[in-house]
Design a protein around this ligand. Structure first.
Ligand SMILES: [Zn+2]
Ligand SMILES: [Zn+2]
Length: 67
């Protein structure tokens, strides 16, 4: 039962500009997502089109929540 290390090493790294939805964690690769700075701390937040459509709350690491 040896671990196949070659599989782990071959895993491609995600591009740095790939961000995730702050609400559900989905990758912001589809059209319709929004990126904006947190009104409180200025951290980068992102929302996918699904969470925007359903008006799901997001929560920043600083504790700020908003629609
Ligand atoms: Zn989402
Ligand atoms: Zn914040």
């Amino acid at each position: 039962m040896a671990m196949d290390e070659s599989l782990l090493q071959a895993r491609p790294a995600a591009p740095p500009e790939m961000e995730r939805c702050t609400s559900c964690g989905a990758r912001l690769s589809e059209k319709g997502y929004a990126r904006f700075p947190c009104p409180m701390c200025g951290a980068r937040l992102g929302r996918c089109w699904r969470c925007r459509k359903q008006s799901i709350d997001y929560r920043c690491a600083c504790g700020f929540t908003g629609p």
